[in-house]
Ligand binder design. Sequence first.
Ligand SMILES: Nc1ncnc2c1ncn2[C@@H]1O[C@H](COP(=O)(O)OP(=O)(O)OP(=O)(O)O)[C@@H](O)[C@H]1O
Ligand SMILES: [Mg+2]
Length: 163
Amino acid sequence: MAEQDLERIVVTRDAAGTRALASALAAAARPGDLISLVGDLGAGKTQFAKGFGAGLGITDTIVSPSFVLMAEYRGRLPLFHVDLYRLADAAEALAGGLIDDRQVEGVTLVEWAERLADALPNERLEVLIDGAGDEPRRITLRPGDAGYLRYLEAMPDTMEAGR
Ligand SMILES: Nc1ncnc2c1ncn2[C@@H]1O[C@H](COP(=O)(O)OP(=O)(O)OP(=O)(O)O)[C@@H](O)[C@H]1O
Ligand SMILES: [Mg+2]
């Protein structure tokens, strides 16, 4: 699959816009899904996770999981929120218990997913967030395989398209 042909780019002007996008995408979530969140410090990965959680009906406050490897929340599906920022490499992440049997029942969102390198499955939705500070964010949604195309269909058509 030529994933470049299938990716979609959205521009959000503020954190609420990023949360709204993620919340709409959560309607497409199925058990076992993996979403990698890639972007610099302060890009908006955690804002995306908050919106995604809201879309799953999670009422607990989703916070940056930086001091735990994985936080679990209850919603329509369980949400597993992982932050690999403090991990040196994939081996350390895997040794730390990143792979957990319960994840097949929920959706896993991974911040700093690129730290997993080759251990990151292709079967995932990659979310790349470009931009910092008060700048607009350019958010690229890239399905890693055909099973993740449903997330593109869940994109609200009212959102500003990027290129
Ligand atoms: N369009 C936007 N989308 C998301 N966040 C935005 C946007 N515009 C401004 N912001 C601000 O940028 C910051 C994003 O912070 P957030 O914690 O989500 O980043 P992060 O990518 O998770 O960073 P870290 O790598 O430290 O975990 C917030 O303060 C948010 O209010
Ligand atoms: Mg974060």
